[in-house]
Design a protein around this ligand. Structure first.
Ligand code: NAD
Length: 505
């Protein structure tokens, strides 16, 4: 793979430690800042994916039997390499996703923390032991690897979300086939090269670029034992039902529509600063972004809208390579058109468009996919901008009379990924976090993305499956428990047959 943006280069796959071509179909990869495609990505066919699964299967026996401490050392070396190559990786992220470089560095850092957590695997796999569960009988549970595991990831975190998955999977002794987003393939591939350099044996991590054909092969091949997915809810549901029907263990994290609640007693300046980053950071293309704010009380609503309007006027939109910018472009022209159409639908539905970002242009980047921040007031349930995940820089203010009314709105929504409340009232905050039907909750924290040693997971239609991503849940997801009961009777002790059910009575 060339990293210097060769105009005709096609990005391929990474199988058994080598770059390979595969699949007759290709798709352009765009730089959203300029709207130009300098490279294309190969879309793997079934045979190519099967070759990746075969490579993972072949690497599994030796890797499974590699001592956990040695597997952990690979993770420690990878952490160092990711840090050393941070600028290069973040440049690749920004060139295909569009996010500003500082944001790409934030993504990478959170990914590295997952590699760091995976390097604690000898401790995490220690298991459970009980002595003398019966006469001369000891019992223990151990956590064994599953075999070949797979991951399918979205465009918006091309390094971090893969790092949620494969480091813990392989640290636990599995091998892995990763299918990243075809829109942002390069940084993910570079990460796989660094893993090889860190000492990961060829075939333990394989990357196939591609689309539905590649995904369907992973979902139905009997050699794949478990599938992790992160992406939109319709695809997550499809992955979950298809993977489960094929007898696999599946976790599928889906989309979101996260609400913030601003109480009348909140520190409004701090709340506005927090909301600006949460709504418009990464152009709103985050599953933990805040696209809806519920203002409790009319005065709160009026103050919020006024201050958000002032703050938006100071925002700088432009290429992500310029760190002076707050917000880069949207990822593709198709997505840009989709987000703009939501703004039109918001107006048609009767919401008040307070700030219209549709006229934004960036000098010298007229073909880039730039949409300025948009602010709606008086957004109500049933409106398309209320119901659907837009995944763009569109923030809506909803008015409510009480905290309970705000909580009822959140609980009635189909998604339950993240939420937060801004208040100075500990009792209100406690009531909110205790009762709200959402998986990740912030109190005066706008993006409550759990750290690497907790697990990440939404509720309702934001997660299909029982276990969340990374943290302790990942150790459980990528292993299965085996319980061994062992007896070493003293020499010469003879016992007759026992026909009652064994117990310690
Ligand atoms: P997407 O669902 O379009 O794609 C995700 C992955 O699925 C990609 O690898 C893609 O190639 C594949 N895919 C797409 N359509 C498919 C199909 N019909 N059959 C099989 N595979 C298919 O998502 P995206 O646009 O890349 O990412 C944005 C979405 O991801 C948003 O909905 C966002 O909320 C969600 N997301 C969720 C989380 C989370 O943790 N819950 C994190 C990041 C992103």
């Amino acid at each position: 793979m060339k990293h210097e943006n060769a105009v005709t280069a096609t990005i391929g796959h990474f199988i058994a430690g080598k770059h390979v071509e595969g699949g007759s179909r290709v798709q352009p990869v765009f730089d959203p800042a300029t709207g130009t495609a300098s490279r294309s990505v190969a879309l793997a066919d079934k045979l190519t994916v099967e070759a990746a699964i075969a490579a993972a299967q072949a690497a599994y026996p030796a890797w499974r039997n590699t001592p956990p401490l040695k597997r952990a050392r690979v993770m420690s070396r990878l952490k160092q390499l990711l840090e050393t190559h941070a600028d290069e990786l973040c440049a690749l992220i920004t060139a295909e996703h569009g996010k500003v470089l500082a944001d790409a560095h934030g993504e990478l850092q959170r990914g590295i923390e997952n590699v760091e957590y995976a390097s604690y695997v000898p401790e995490l796999l220690k298991g459970e032991h009980s002595k003398n569960v019966g006469p001369s009988i000891d019992s223990w549970s151990e956590f064994q690897a599953l075999g070949v595991t797979a991951g399918i990831t979205p465009f918006n975190f091309p390094v971090m979300v893969p790092l949620w998955m494969w480091p813990m999977a392989v640290a636990c002794g599995n091998t892995f086939v990763l299918k990243p987003s075809e829109r942002t393939p390069s940084s993910t591939l570079r990460m796989a090269e660094l893993a090889l350099e860190a000492g990961l044996p060829p075939g333990v991590l394989n990357i196939v670029n591609g689309d539905k054909e590649a995904v369907d092969t992973l979902l139905t091949d009997p050699r794949v034992k478990a599938v992790s997915f992160v992406g939109s809810t319709p695809v997550a549901e499809y992955i979950y039902t298809t993977g489960c029907a094929s007898g696999k263990r599946v976790q599928a994290l889906g989309g979101a529509k996260n609400f913030a609640v601003v109480m009348p007693d909140a520190d409004i300046d701090n709340a506005v600063s927090a909301l600006m980053g949460a709504a418009f950071g990464s152009c709103g293309e985050r599953c933990m972004a805040i696209p809806l704010v519920v203002a409790v009380g009319d005065d709160t609503g009026a103050a919020l809208v006024a201050r958000l309007t002032e703050a938006i006027a100071k925002m700088k939109v432009g290429p992500g390579t310029d760190n002076g910018n707050d917000m880069g472009p949207l990822v593709t022209r198709e997505h840009f058109e989709r987000v703009k159409s939501f703004v039109e639908r918001g107006i048609e539905a009767g919401a008040t468009l307070v700030v219209d970002g549709r006229a934004v242009t960036v000098d010298g980047h007229e073909s880039g996919y730039y949409l300025g921040p948009c602010l709606f007031d008086h957004v109500r349930p049933g409106m398309p901008i209320y119901q659907h995940e837009i995944f763009g820089p569109v923030l809506g203010v909803v008015r409510a009379g009480t905290l309970q009314e705000a909580m009822d709105l959140i609980d009635a929504h189909e998604y339950g990924n993240g939420t937060c409340v801004f208040t100075r009232d500990g009792e209100a905050a406690r009531w909110f976090s205790d009762n709200i039907q959402v998986g990740m909750v912030g109190i005066n924290v706008p993006l409550p993305v759990p750290v690497a040693y907790h697990s990440f997971g939404g509720w309702k239609r934001s997660l299909f499956g029982d276990l969340g991503a990374y943290g302790p849940d990942a150790v459980r997801f990528y292993t299965r428990r085996k319980t061994i009961t062992q007896r070493w009777p003293s020499a010469g002790v003879r016992e007759g047959a026992v026909f009652s059910f064994p117990s310690s009575r």
